[in-house]
Design a protein around this ligand. Structure first.
Ligand SMILES: [Zn+2]
Length: 393
């Protein structure tokens, strides 16, 4: 990492990025690039540029040197260098520089094809796209995408015969055979205020029929609390770690319905299943998430997505997340999506924030260097390996 100020125990970490996405397979002009720097569905406007944000300034501070430019290069200089090098070389530089040992790749949201796990991983010496990041990569399967695939393929049969539940279970078992875990985007579709109990077969059949039985013959947007709960329980039955989108995301979410405390009943009900539950992003509810990580043995949290979006403010975010979160419950994720700069900034700002947090405690004698090194390893990769290792890759 290009920062000598980091604690050595943090600088040396090879991180496990337990939630990220692939990168775009094309070069970008400035409007397209700026559109990737925001969760909004517009980029800037009169007098507003996405480079004029914490993320934009962090990008100009840290990314230009990897393209051979001075720190703080102008956006136009930066984008010109990016285009000259080409997206593939740019991706390789940033993903390698992120210092990742492993990437868990959410393959569920791809408005256009992104690089997949095989391209992100693989031995670094492989040519082409393989090994862009130089780490291991595993897939995280999105539950709703499995359902939508089942619904699109067999909508007549499953709606008529009430066989959706069985078809979904079978498809999920196949899709997750080599996956690290699954992810629920219930937060985006219906919010997190989900009833705790496992829905009955009849409830699932009625909900599925309602979803699949559309006049156009094409299933509509899947947004039914019964079905989202059903998917979560099916994943628990398979013993899979379950990631939840929580808090901050694009404007498709109703943020007031994405407070993780709304999951409390479900977390209580699902605890006996013994599967890890990973609360992703969490901002601005990261303190609430930390509380849940403390009181529920199976709950883990990260601060992905917000880490790079808050730029230099992410040090405070990480310190606040760690107010209550036990150190054995905090994981690194970048939530990098589309731009490899986001994977890199997520990793870099995570290291800076964690290093500042640990150094503050060392400076006032709150913990020892050995304690700090252990916390760094736990957050950097040990917790992720422990949580996900039940599933052999
Ligand atoms: Zn994501």
């Amino acid at each position: 990492m290009p920062d000598d100020g980091l604690l050595p125990a943090v600088a040396e970490l090879r991180l496990t990025d337990h939630h990220c996405h692939g990168v775009l397979r094309r070069d970008l002009d400035r409007p397209a690039f700026e559109a990737m720097l925001t969760e909004a569905d517009y980029a800037g406007g009169p007098g507003v540029t996405m480079f004029g944000s914490q993320l934009g300034l962090a990008l100009r501070r840290w990314c230009p040197p990897l393209l051979g430019l001075a720190a703080h290069a102008s956006p136009d200089e930066y984008l010109a260098a990016r285009t000259t090098l080409g997206w593939e070389e740019v991706s390789r530089r940033f993903l390698r520089a992120a210092g990742l040992d492993a990437l868990y790749v959410d393959t569920g949201f791809e408005p256009e094809p992104l690089t997949g796990p095989p391209e992100l991983a693989g031995p670094p010496e492989l040519a082409g796209l393989a090994g862009l990041a130089g780490g291991r990569a595993r897939e995280i399967v999105r539950l709703e995408q499995v359902a939508e695939a089942v619904g699109a393929r067999r909508r007549d049969e499953v709606a008529a015969a009430g066989e959706f539940a069985a078809a979904f279970r079978a498809e999920l078992a196949v899709r997750t055979r080599h996956a690290a875990g699954v992810k629920s985007v219930a937060a985006y579709r219906v919010g997190l205020d989900l009833a705790p109990d496992r829905p009955t077969e009849t409830e699932v059949a009625v909900a599925a029929a309602h979803w699949l039985d559309t006049p156009a013959g094409v299933p509509g947007r899947l947004a039914d609390p019964v079905l989202h709960r059903f998917f979560i329980w099916c994943a628990a039955d398979l013993g899979l770690p379950i990631q939840f989108h929580v808090g901050y995301g694009d404007r498709d979410v109703d943020l007031h319905r994405c407070n993780p405390l709304l999951l409390t009943g479900l977390l209580r009900a699902i605890e006996p299943a013994g599967v890890p539950v990973l609360l992703l992003h969490n901002y601005p509810f990261h303190r609430e998430a930390g509380y849940l990580a403390q009181v529920f043995p199976q709950v883990y949290v990260d601060a992905g997505l917000a880490t790079h979006n808050l730029g230099r403010g992410s040090a405070a975010l990480i310190a606040e997340t760690l107010e209550l979160t036990p150190f054995g419950k905090f994981l690194f994720s970048s939530d990098g999506f589309g731009l490899p700069e986001l994977h890199y900034l997520g990793a870099l700002l995570f290291r800076r924030g964690l290093s500042a947090f640990l150094r503050a405690g060392l400076d006032d004698g709150s913990w020892t260097p050995d304690d700090a090194a252990q916390i760094a390893r736990q957050a950097g990769y040990e917790n992720a390996r422990r949580v996900y290792r039940e599933r052999a890759g």
